[in-house]
Ligand binder design. Structure first.
Ligand SMILES: Nc1ncnc2c1ncn2[C@@H]1O[C@H](COP(=O)(O)OP(=O)(O)OP(=O)(O)O)[C@@H](O)[C@H]1O
Ligand code: NI
Length: 364
């Protein structure tokens, strides 16, 4: 497939209609360890994620569960750090039709993949924007680094995406410096910057977390329509199951670096099988408490184990109301239920956890 051109702007160009069954990314057996003070910190453990073209898949879990680490591994950002070990394979079907293992290709090839085939919205917009350059300068330069475009073309494209993101006066916004924008505006700029490259895969890491509920809903609607127009695939990282219900076709629940449950969004909300997922439903931020800073899981005591202090048996057992001797002794495998639902709990068959009706009813 040839690379899409920008001739038809202001309409975005779909690079091929989404073919639901086509695998875009096949991530297998990803493990990531950080070395800290001579100790191994296992942040991600044997994670498999397969993304089909055109899907929006949520990666959800508490702070420290390893979500960003997975995103950074996919973007090839961990390869430059010497205290990080990444193992596994991540086979991506690139725009040129070639499939590549992102963990095996050279830095040079990875540089081409980044911004062409995968883009990321970083969790911390301030740390990824350069305070010394205007928004227009850095977003245009980022685009030109990945694409052979004329300056005017690039500018048009940047303006188009800033406008799509609901930035009131995009020309003026281009002139501004990061510190002159509100947190919400910076977040929109970051999303526009990632969308500009029109990659097939967008990793959105807490992309709407810093925004108030109304703006969050707008941006989610916008991402959904852009997804439908372009056929891109989105890996949407969030700690908030409420957001998952708004945007995702499928959800992957992560606990202490491991996948503990995965299912279609509706199925997960109707039929959670893992006590941790059920607890996350109760932790869905209600109106007025949408920030993650001080949230804790209501109804379950304790906190997630740090990546140093791995517990034996099921990782969740110290906080689980249903844990038995067996749960303390045996680490459960992922077990398949129906309709592609996977769950890591020894007791899922006997537990009747009940769905999240309250939230399902509130879904738009
Ligand atoms: N560069 C690093 N060096 C050492 N440890 C790290 C590094 N980055 C992350 N970690 C650790 O790895 C684990 C997973 O972190 P990660 O940022 O992937 O979690 P997360 O799910 O994205 O959390 P949050 O919701 O807070 O963003 C945590 O225990 C974290 O402290
Ligand atoms: Ni994170």
């Amino acid at each position: 497939m040839t690379e899409s051109t920008v001739k038809t702007y202001p309409m975005p160009v779909a690079d091929g209609s989404p073919k639901a069954s086509e695998t875009l990314l096949d991530l297998r057996n990803l493990s990531v360890s950080y070395q800290m003070a001579g100790r191994q910190l296992k942040a991600v453990r044997n994670v498999d994620i397969s993304l089909r073209s055109g899907e929006i898949v949520a990666l959800v879990g508490e702070s420290g569960s390893g979500k960003s680490t997975i995103g950074h591994a996919l973007m090839g950002l961990l390869r430059y750090e010497d205290k990080v070990t990444v193992s596994g394979t991540a086979v991506l079907r690139c725009k040129d039709g070639v499939t590549r293992d992102l963990f095996a290709i050279s830095d040079r090839e990875m540089k081409r993949v980044r911004g062409n085939d995968i883009s990321i919205v970083f969790q911390e917009p301030m740390s990824s924007l350069n305070p010394l350059h205007s928004i227009g300068h850095q977003i245009t330069e980022a685009l030109l680094a990945h694409r052979k475009l004329g300056r005017n073309e690039a500018r048009e494209r940047v303006l188009y995406y800033l406008r799509r993101l609901g930035i009131p006066n995009p020309e003026q916004c281009m002139e501004r410096y990061p510190h002159q924008l509100s947190g919400g505006m910076r977040q929109r700029v970051m999303i526009a910057m990632a969308l500009c490259c029109e990659s097939k895969l967008l990793v959105a890491d807490e992309a709407t977390t810093a925004l108030d509920a109304t703006v969050q809903a707008q941006i989610i609607d916008l991402l959904k329509s852009l997804q439908a127009e372009t056929g891109m695939t989105i890996l949407f990282i969030t700690h908030d199951l409420g957001v998952v219900s708004e945007i995702a076709d499928r959800a992957i629940v992560l606990y202490a670096g491991q996948i503990v449950e995965t299912a279609g969004t509706k199925e997960l909300f109707d039929n959670p099988h893992m006590p941790y997922t059920r607890a996350l439903f109760d932790a869905i931020p209600r109106l007025g408490s949408s920030l993650m800073k001080d949230y804790e899981l209501r109804g379950i005591p304790g906190r997630a184990p740090s990546a140093f202090e791995r517990v034996g048996g099921c990782s969740f057992h110290p906080r689980c109301a249903y844990a038995t001797e067996a749960c303390r002794a045996t680490m459960p495998e992922l077990d398949a239920t129906q309709r592609g639902h996977l769950v890591r709990c020894l007791r899922w068959k006997e537990l009747q956890l009940g769905g999240c009706d309250e939230f399902a009813a509130a879904r738009r």
